[in-house]
Write a protein that binds this ligand. Structure first.
Ligand code: MRU
Length: 345
């Protein structure tokens, strides 16, 4: 599998996900400003990958200022953290990763050590995520019957994480257990993460995948072609409400109508215990050009007004279970979430 990111010669090298699958190329970040640009443009995307990239962004900021005096360096790092936090609002992993780095900055530490310690923490955030995804995969695979056809939305795979993936990690783990699984992937308008990334990732793994447009999901469910749905998450509240890529909520409503289990796979770093209701989750709105155009090619009147929310919220009542690295939260609500994962991450 292609690497989502790597640290090389004191630079953060990102797989440019905006170009996949047509081109495999890399975007090199020399400053934290480059990382902000990459997050905003979705060169790197997916909640856990955004968190890891932001942590490496802080390492770049530290590299730049670690020869200043400690107070100046702390000031510069706090500016960098604020700017990185403003890059995308919905995936809570971004803020979670920045908080981990901020804890280091607050410690008694010399200026010389600051960069090394922040870089070490960024590596840890990235590498721990792969192990966490594998645990999620082990728990989730128990919910996938042999021969199942799984519908997924957007890309919650290796590209969106440190590697392996959350929703696609469950599919990978089920396959590793020897189960024959096939996948329907929603193309996921407007930016086509399902078509460009999930279809590509599953084909690379030789997992059978069929691509559909988003508006075909109800039809394939009605025809009995789908046994279960698994998606990832950008933020999960203490009551189990889930923000994920726009279109996820519609799938959950359709799943209820067709009595199809609807699963969410998410690490603890995606939980926000400060929020109860999903209505409190900030939903990113992106440029209308993304809807008016496909790959820079205009497909609508140039001045048509557009509404382009990047995420929606699925209330916990529509979710069969949330799969975490600590176990499965069946019928999620405040009590069930607390029972499995506690109240802190
Ligand atoms: O806008 P994106 O591509 O960053 O949105 C990604 C998603 O919605 C994913 O499903 C989510 O981040 C989970 S990734 C493990």
């Amino acid at each position: 599998m292609l690497e989502t990111m790597r640290w090389e010669d004191n630079k953060l090298v990102l797989l440019d996900q905006t170009k996949l699958p047509l081109e495999i190329c890399y975007f090199s970040c020399q400053t934290y400003h480059d990382v902000i640009c990459a997050i905003k443009k979705l060169v790197v995307r997916g909640a856990p990958a955004i968190g890891a990239a932001a942590a490496y962004g802080m390492a770049l900021a530290a590299l730049d200022c670690c020869r200043d005096d400690l107070n100046k360096c702390r000031e510069e790092l706090s500016r960098a953290a604020e700017a990185l936090a403003a890059s995308r609002p919905t995936a809570v992993n971004l803020f979670w990763a920045l908080d981990r780095i901020k804890q280091i900055i607050r410690q008694e530490i010399t200026c010389e050590d600051l960069f090394e310690r922040i870089l070490k923490e960024a590596h840890a955030i990235f590498q721990e995520d792969i192990l966490i995804n594998k645990k999620i995969g082990q728990f989730g695979a128990q919910l996938v019957p042999p021969g199942a056809t799984v519908l997924t939305h957007c890309n919650a795979g290796a590209f969106a994480t440190g590697g392996y993936g959350t929703a696609l990690g469950v599919i990978r783990a089920a396959r590793e257990e020897g189960k024959k699984i096939q996948v329907f992937a929603d193309e996921t308008r407007p930016l086509l993460q399902g078509a460009r990334l999930t279809a590509f990732e599953l084909m690379q793994e030789k997992i059978p995948v069929t691509l559909i447009t988003d508006n075909m999901a109800g039809y394939v469910m009605k025809k009995g072609l789908i046994d279960l749905i698994i998606v990832g998450a950008d933020r999960v509240t203490a009551h189990g409400d889930v923000a994920n890529k726009i279109g996820t909520y519609s799938l959950a409503v359709l799943a209820k109508e067709h009595q199809i289990p609807f699963y969410v796979a998410a690490p603890l770093s995606t939980f926000d215990f400060t929020l109860c209701s999903g209505d409190e989750i900030p939903i990113e709105e992106r440029d209308g050009k993304e809807v008016r155009e496909v790959f820079g090619h205009l497909t609508a009147p140039v001045d048509v007004p557009v509404f382009n929310p990047a995420f929606d919220v699925t209330p916990h009542q529509l979710i069969t279970a949330i799969i975490t690295e600590k176990g499965v939260i069946h019928r999620p609500d405040a009590h069930a979430v607390r029972e499995v994962v506690g109240t802190e991450n």
